[in-house]
Design a protein around this ligand. Structure first.
Ligand SMILES: [Zn+2]
Ligand SMILES: [Zn+2]
Length: 256
């Protein structure tokens, strides 16, 4: 199985898994990069997975239907292009012989889901849309800090080796914020250098891995004393996970 990040718009990724014959794509915000990738490798499109309703994640779904040999799977609690097989937490879907478990991860949007594949494609994979980013998390458009804390806690509990496939290339700007939160975190500083080199070479900084994110991502480190202290200095009302996350999220929104 091959895993590829197809660049779309200015900083989106449309994730593609293929077995050399057939492919699954995740969150096709536009059709162009998918069509190009399918044609280049002569792949059939076996299924589309959708994590949430934002246009930069679903905008290409209808245009791809003429190429699609299978279903579109998406969140049950959101309005996405139809027909789409609706999925809730605990349900599974299958494509390309791979089984994906659905995890509810509301907060960026109210019905946002993630797709987790435990085996069959090498190391586990999670497609987490705009909930978990490398070194960051999505904005709280339709949910609360408490919901985001719960959603991220679920994703952080996945196996360490799980490849984190998120919807945007935000890593370097997220890492600058992570350095402001934890100036002493050497894993963060080292990762900045690696990601700068990757971006300079035109390569994605993704996928990341769950275990690594727990070392560098301040939003997964809301129980770490240094992170709590930084959040309290930026308005966290209490040392609890949701309060710390709320303060980090507000601070990050204003961070330049
Ligand atoms: Zn979004
Ligand atoms: Zn997005």
């Amino acid at each position: 199985m091959n895993l590829t990040a197809l660049a779309a718009f200015s900083d989106n990724y449309i994730w593609m898994i293929d077995d050399g014959k057939r492919a699954i794509v995740v969150d096709p915000g536009e059709p162009g990069p998918v069509v190009t990738a399918l044609d280049a490798k002569r792949l059939e499109l076996a299924a589309i997975l959708v994590t949430h309703h934002h246009a930069d994640h679903v905008g290409g779904v209808d245009a791809l239907r003429s190429r699609l040999q299978g279903p579109v799977f998406g969140p049950a609690r959101e309005t996405v292009p139809q027909p789409c097989i609706p999925l809730n937490e605990g349900e599974t879907c299958e494509a390309l012989g791979l089984r994906f478990e659905v995890i509810d991860v509301p907060a960026h949007t109210a019905g946002h889901i993630a797709f987790f594949n435990r085996e069959g494609a090498g190391e586990p994979i999670v497609f987490c849309g705009d909930t978990l980013f490398s070194a960051g998390c999505g904005k709280l458009f339709e949910g609360t800090a408490e919901q985001m804390h719960r959603s991220l806690t679920k994703l952080a509990a996945l196996p360490d080796a799980t490849r984190v496939c998120c919807g945007h290339e935000y890593t370097l700007s997220n890492l600058r914020f992570a350095q402001a939160v934890e100036p002493q975190n050497e894993a963060v500083s080292r990762h900045v250098e690696r990601c700068q080199a990757l971006r300079a070479a035109g390569k994605p900084t993704l996928p990341s891995a769950v275990g690594f994110e727990r070392q560098i991502n301040p939003f997964l480190r809301c129980a770490v004393p240094e992170v709590i202290a930084a959040a309290r200095a930026h308005g966290a009302s209490a040392p609890g996970g949701s309060e710390v996350l709320a303060a980090l999220r507000t601070w990050k929104n204003e961070f330049r």
